[in-house]
Design a protein around this ligand. Sequence first.
Ligand code: ADP
Length: 458
Amino acid sequence: RHRHPELNDQIEKVLDSLKISDEQLIHMMHILEEEMNAGLSPVTHKKASVKMFPTYVRNIPNGTEVGQVLALDLGGTNFRVLLIDLHGNSKIELTSKIFVIPQSTMIGDGKHLFRHLAECLEEFMQKENILNSGTCYPLGFTFSFPCQQESLASARLTAWTKGFSCSGVVNEDVVKLLQEAINEKGINAKCVSLVNDTVGTLMACAYKDPSTAIGLILGTGTNACYIESLDRVGTWNGDYNEPKQVIINTEWGAFGDNGRLKHLRTKYDEEIDISSINPGKQIFEKMISGMYMGEIVRLIILDLLQHELLFLGHRDTYSDYKAALYNRGGFYTKFVSTVETDEGIKFSNTRRVLEDIGIQNPTYDDCAIVQHICRQVSKRAARLAGAGLAVLINRIGKSNITAGVDGSLYRFHPRFKRNMERCMETLVNKDIKFKLTLSDDGSGKGAAMVACVAERIF
Ligand code: ADP
């Protein structure tokens, strides 16, 4: 076996605990498939961890859609308001503005959150000269949290994720809460549809590439949706007209919440979970997504440091407990990308990152070890996500399948895509050709398309 000279046995052991073999991935794919079926069955849906929510989105766009639609995109780092002009013939014009959701609003009163969203919408429409214009604009709401959808324009929040936890929203219809806040301000907009970011991504990608059947997010969190045949959706309570298909929002971030991924988790994963605001929840997501990846790396670095396996020349600096290294969230996920862009032996980016977290003048070995850790953690994440995607692709079973992908982790990490594709080549059935396409601005555009379809503008 290839051995890196700078890694001693103890470090190797830590890195080995992050390795997941192809056989383990294949086994995990079987478990995921079982969990997906449990989510789709009316008998087991209620207690299933992978919820497989039907979205009520049945048609994908074909590029001929025309209309002017607003969209709100909430569900992660940024809150965005968008105005989208669909010109038909696959052309889209878009203006948007990012607004900040203050931390206190993220965990405060729900009423306050929705009032804030309405205020941002009002400000944006004012700026675009469409406020009080006499037209009531259809609005698509991208709300990227697990929801039990009851129709295209009503959805009950099941649980907050990704750092949000506003009171008085769980089990409520979030479209109703949004519309009430919009009406309170007398804004000329009507929310006609709710989708999450995976559906938005699928729709936006399908607008350009009709073989798109999957939407995948690898950002703050991770989730995926795909087009499923109605005959496999036991929980479906809508009509059975053509097309006999519906987009299923898997909410696969919660895969493993019932303990079935225990064998793949490390002590670092357990630590991440225990100190999170939603312990026991979103287990698959916590092994993959941007909100947690940097923190996993930090916990491993700290562990090695405490066992005196790293930064040996820096006892005086690393005992500085004020350093970022010692603080939760002190190692950003974007640092993982930066460290992994270093090729060869100079480690100029890695050095910069280490200095950022409080390690002055790291040695060659320090840099090499930290890079190994980053590679191992991100590769594990990519392989887990790739295996999940392979389950969806094999299930759809068409000869050509495109997955639209969005999220900063996928977009900016230098080898995430490659690592995913590499493992998928083994895991996807041989007769299927698959493609991963980066979606730009997917979640907002896609929501507008759904709203457009809902309003039958085209
Ligand atoms: P969201 O998913 O919240 O809508 P993003 O897709 O931008 O928004 O994802 C944000 C997440 O991506 C954060 O957790 C952040 O750590 C991570 N991220 C940001 N920049 C990078 C980068 N250069 N490399 C890897 N991850 C990144």
